[in-house]
Design a binder for this molecule. Structure first.
Ligand code: HXC
Length: 261
């Protein structure tokens, strides 16, 4: 992995951890950081050592407190569009990664931070985390996908309430509306996300990749089309070595040794 000014990256036992590292500004996303995230993800995409990717923020206070307001304050519409494009490029790359991604939300998860978390496959939050889309209070609308991904996650009414009030919600409230999957104590956060990542890694790699793909692609289709898409994907798994191994292991009462082929 290249050296980045605003990111840290580690890999251990198949689990990659990408940390947004600007703690002095609560990990706010400026254009350099967004470009670095895009570039790091392109590296991670083809890194076979990374089987699951965790995205988190540096320090104990913030996951990401939004786009960098000090940079946005003087922007014109063209520069705003360029910033939004950098974010879309990074966040769409997260969604298209073959690896499962988990947002470990360790604190403030606001604006562009919430939008980043919502691009991940799974969100686990510390009980101290706070979520919100405060953009309207700054005179702008969410511009990193917030009006779209949050709406798909929690429904139109809740998304409109969160976005138009700009109010923060707690991690527990975020869980109640389906914006996060689990809430744990801050000191247990990385243990919990590592536990989930390890469970994913034990399963057939092709099947995990395909499950992510079919869930995401199917969500944009009408149900009958989505069901036949699932059937095609399901049938294809029977052409994999992982399917032979997974079922043989069950019948032979042993743990499967998947090859990912
Ligand atoms: C730049 C930020 C920042 C941000 C915090 N900081 N958030 N800098 N951009 N989004 C900086 C502060 O200026 C301060 O720097 C330092 O981080 C610590 O923050 P404090 O405000 O002193 O901390 P605290 O009082 O604890 O308040 C925490 C907070 C607050 C509630 C999270 O910082 C806050 O409201 N931040 C802004 C949140 C926000 O509006 N996000 C949405 C941005 S718009 P100094 O130098 O003073 O120590 C967005 C749009 C995306 O994300 C789409 C655009 C296209």
């Amino acid at each position: 992995m290249k050296e980045y000014n605003n990111l840290l990256f580690t890999v251990e036992d198949g689990i990659g951890v990408l940390t947004i590292n600007r703690p002095k500004s609560l990990n706010a996303l400026n254009s350099e950081t967004l470009a670095e995230i895009g570039s790091a993800l392109s590296e991670i995409k083809t890194n076979k050592d990374v089987k699951v990717l965790i995205i988190t923020g540096s320090g104990q206070k913030a996951f990401v407190a939004g786009a960098d307001i000090s940079q946005m304050a003087a922007m014109n519409p063209i520069e705003a569009a360029e910033l939004s494009e950098l974010a879309h490029n990074a966040f769409q790359t997260i969604e298209s990664l073959p690896q499962m991604t988990i947002a470990a939300v360790n604190g403030y998860c606001l604006g562009g931070g919430f939008e980043l978390a919502n691009s991940c496959d799974i969100r686990i939050a510390a009980s101290t985390a706070k979520f919100g889309q405060p953009e309207v209070g700054l005179g702008i609308v969410p511009g990193f996908g917030g009006t779209q991904r949050l709406t798909r996650l929690v429904g139109r009414g809740k998304a409109k309430e969160i976005i138009t009030t700009g109010a923060q919600i707690t991690a527990t409230e975020a869980k109640e509306i389906g914006a996060v999957e689990e809430v744990v104590e801050l000191d247990q956060l990385m243990t919990k996300v590592n536990e989930i990542a390890s469970k994913i890694i034990k399963n057939g790699p092709v099947a995990v990749r395909m499950a992510k793909y079919v869930i995401d692609k199917g969500a944009d289709l009408e149900l009958n089309t989505a069901i036949s898409f699932e059937t095609q994907m399901w049938a294809q798994t029977f052409a994999t070595e992982d399917q032979k191994e997974g079922m043989a292991a069950f019948l032979e009462k042993r743990h499967a040794k998947f090859s990912g082929k």
